[in-house]
Write a protein that binds this ligand. Structure first.
Ligand SMILES: C[S@@+](CC[C@H](N)C(=O)[O-])C[C@H]1O[C@@H](n2cnc3c(N)ncnc32)[C@H](O)[C@@H]1O
Length: 282
């Protein structure tokens, strides 16, 4: 029953991120969150609750900070364990949000060593980037804006020339690029242009890890979060008003688009929430 109510409410609110732009509306939650974190040395310097909500906290409007931080730490442990990153790697975090993975990398390092490589966080959302730049930028950590329009995350972005580079990063410069829950917010054309930019900035043989909704793995049903009932080209979308709230694609389309962009076939880890793809740049 709770699942059905949650699903009905979430379908009535097609996209939470636009609501988090109102500081006034978010103030009560931000204040409670701030006070509850203020005595913990690990948690007190995290970004405000409204920014964490904007990037998704598994429906936990409050009390999400410890889990948010530990999920970032776990991510790096997994990538280091899989041999994808080292303490001196050059890393790009596409859709870095308000720094979930950057903070964990800065706080906990990689494989017991402090991070001494180059981390670049890229995002379309200027408010989150400003927070990251102000609190996290250093010799090893930098942040850059992606001028792509998104009805959800960057609604005021003007159209950019089709030939313009989207990612503020040099060609053939990165050993590892990851995009967690970012391609799940891209309509068809953006999906392709972002894949092409990923290939441009990665060195040959480097790794791209991305998560996105794969239609064969999404579970449909009345009590499920996603319906993906609309079509926009190759994309299945949740809301025609906010297409970038959530997009899904068929497995064959994702694999073919990645091949066309210059990636070899992927290791695919299916999941009903978001499927994880690990590609190699060829
Ligand atoms: C669901 S959040 C995930 C944030 C972060 N990757 C994490 O796991 O905490 C999606 C992020 O992708 C960003 N984003 C959306 N469209 C983008 C685009 N076209 N290019 C780069 N970032 C984008 C959003 O601003 C937001 O920070």
């Amino acid at each position: 029953m709770a699942g059905i109510i949650d699903s009905v409410v979430r379908r009535a609110v097609p996209s939470l991120p636009p609501l988090t732009r109102s500081r006034a509306a978010m103030l009560p939650l931000d204040a409670i969150d701030y006070l509850s974190r203020s005595l913990s040395p690990e948690l007190k310097n995290l970004p405000p609750n409204r920014l964490r909500l904007r990037t998704g906290v598994g429906n936990r409007l409050l009390g999400n900070s410890r889990r948010w931080l530990s999920s970032g730490r776990r991510f790096w442990e997994e990538q280091h364990g899989a041999g994808r990153v080292k303490a001196d790697s050059s890393i790009i975090d596409l859709g870095c949000g308000c720094g979930r993975c950057a903070i964990a990398l800065k706080m906990f390092g990689l494989g017991g060593e402090p991070f001494r490589g180059r981390y670049t966080g890229l995002d379309v959302d200027r408010e989150m980037l400003e927070w990251c730049t102000h609190h996290l930028a250093s010799d090893h950590f930098r942040f850059g804006h992606v001028p792509a329009r998104s009805t959800v995350y960057n609604p005021s972005q003007a159209a950019v020339d089709s030939g313009r580079r989207l990612f503020d990063a040099d060609s053939d410069s990165a050993d590892f690029l990851f995009a967690i829950s970012v391609f799940s917010h891209l309509v068809e054309e953006d999906f392709r242009t972002h894949l092409a930019e990923c290939r441009r900035v990665l060195r040959g043989g480097a790794t791209l890890l991305l998560t996105t909704f794969c239609m064969e793995h999404v579970v449909h049903g009345l009590s499920e979060r996603w319906s993906f009932r609309h079509r926009m080209g190759a994309a299945f979308v949740e809301s025609l008003r906010y297409p970038e709230a959530a997009t899904g694609y068929e497995l064959a389309w994702i694999l073919e688009s990645a091949r066309n962009a210059g990636f070899s076939d992927a290791a695919v880890s299916p999941s009903a929430s978001q499927t994880c793809f690990v590609f190699r740049a060829v």
